[in-house]
Design a protein. Structure first.
Length: 123
């Protein structure tokens, strides 16, 4: 049975390796967001500031309100689950997970739901 134990060991190492690769991918995709600020402005001019933390939590402000929650990365999407839902934002809110650079600006959503998003250096 020595061969069977060796096969189990190899399979287990493969599972651990796949998990480590998934964690590394999350770090690569979101790395630029840690210690920096996501600033989004919606079609009505409302500004939201979002701060990702390495422990899978986030905090932020929208006008005078503060919010917090947890983020997850799966199937090519980053999802934000708010502790207290914000008006007009789905909970959880999911969007494509793409690596971004500091200073980069992009748009998300369509029509009245469209927003301009910028990754700003620092907090």
């Amino acid at each position: 049975m020595k061969g069977g134990k060796e096969m189990v060991r190899i399979l287990w190492l493969g599972v651990v390796g796949a998990f480590a690769a998934t964690c590394a991918l999350a770090g690569d995709v979101l790395e630029s967001r840690f210690d920096n600020t996501i600033v989004s402005v919606d079609s009505k001019g409302v500004e939201t500031r979002l701060y990702y933390h390495r422990d899978n939590t986030f905090t932020g402000t929208r006008e005078e309100a503060e919010f917090r929650g947890t983020w997850s990365l799966a199937d090519g999407e980053v999802c934000l689950a708010f502790d207290t839902p914000l008006a007009d934002i789905p909970n959880p809110f999911c969007s494509p997970a793409e690596a971004r650079q500091i200073g980069e600006t992009w748009t998300a959503g369509e029509g009245d739901q469209q927003m301009t998003i910028t990754l700003v250096e620092g907090r």
